[in-house]
Design a protein around this ligand. Structure first.
Ligand code: C2E
Ligand code: MG
Ligand code: MG
Ligand code: MG
Length: 284
């Protein structure tokens, strides 16, 4: 009897193990496939840059955040939430990030030529790995020189995760770019670990309230308190503040009442292709 129980336990254990192995193997295979595909994607020009409006208190579009999309030949649209982390781990983010910056600069150049669009700015997400490159500032400078895009129209979105170490290096790179006219927004603000003493030293233009605090603004007193605190913090430091993930008029009005006058979210428009974005611009 005991032998049978022992045998069953072992077999079950082995099955579990085999199942576990298979599961891990599946994840690994998918990852490897995705990584290979990602490598191809750059060559095969499968990336698109979408644009999401950023508006002021009068609902005027003042610019757009550029958000990357991957049109995979079999899988369709792959979310950046899925491939950006992989791109970060594999270093492919460097080539992807370069492509995004270049595409955004070329778009700025096109917009600069028409009176209806020449005021628009573009915010570009820059990943930690990308910013950490020794010559990141030079890369951006070269790109601006090469394209002739107005640095004053380029905003780089950084995240607090950049501030965990080597803050001096981060500050000096930011200063170098700021001196060219490039500005900075701190994305997903409130979700990271930035110490307020660092914040004061960064040449930032803007804090971006994370959508996690905007979502339940009207029902969760903690989120409301955090959003208000971020606005107050920005004001006291002389920084601009923008809220992301604004989906309802009520959220927008609450933020406006408390001093936030820049917004981004589905209420004003989803991220869309450049053609759709320009069409929407004409309608408003
Ligand atoms: P993020 O920079 O915080 O961008 C905001 C995300 O919120 C975008 O997701 C956008 O589509 C989504 N969003 C905007 N408005 C609303 C709204 O009203 N409601 C809701 N529920 N969501 C909204 P997306 O485009 O999937 O991008 C996800 C993240 O991927 C970005 O977060 C950013 O961290 C990263 N990412 C996107 N494009 C790039 C890129 O070119 N380079 C790098 N390094 N990261 C990128
Ligand atoms: Mg962003
Ligand atoms: Mg964000
Ligand atoms: Mg976010």
């Amino acid at each position: 009897q005991a032998d049978i129980a022992m045998y069953q336990a072992k077999a079950a254990g082995r099955n579990t193990l085999r199942f576990f192995d298979q599961h891990m193997q599946d994840i690994l295979n998918r990852r490897i496939a995705l990584e290979n595909d990602l490598r191809q994607a750059i060559h095969n020009q499968q990336f698109l840059l979408y644009y999401q409006a950023q508006v002021d208190g009068a609902n005027h579009t003042i610019g757009a955040e550029a958000l990357i999309r991957w049109l995979h030949p079999e899988r369709g649209m792959v979310s950046p939430l899925e491939f950006i982390p992989l791109a970060e781990e594999t270093g492919l983010i460097l080539a992807i990030g370069q492509w995004v910056l270049e595409t955004a600069c070329l778009q700025l150049l096109i917009w600069a030529k028409a009176p209806a669009t020449r005021h628009l700015r573009i915010a570009v997400n820059v990943s930690v790995h990308q910013f950490r490159q020794e010559d990141f500032a030079k890369q951006v400078r070269d790109l601006l020189d090469l394209t002739g895009a107005d640095p004053g129209k380029l905003k780089l979105e950084l995240t607090e995760s950049l501030l965990v170490d080597n803050v001096e290096d981060v500050i000096s790179k930011m200063n170098e770019l700021r001196d060219l006219g490039v500005s900075f927004s701190l994305d997903d603000f409130g979700t990271g670990y930035s110490s307020l003493s660092y914040l004061k030293r960064l040449p930032l233009e803007q804090l971006k309230i994370d959508q996690g605090f905007v979502r339940d603004l009207l029902t969760d007193p903690n989120d409301a308190a955090i959003a208000r605190t971020i606005v107050a913090l920005a004001q006291s430091m002389g920084l601009d503040v923008i809220a992301e993930g604004v989906e309802t008029i009520e959220q927008r009005d609450f933020l406006a009442i408390h001093g936030c006058h820049h917004f981004q979210g589905y209420l004003f428009g989803k991220p869309v292709s450049i053609e759709q974005f320009e069409k929407l611009l004409k309608q408003t």
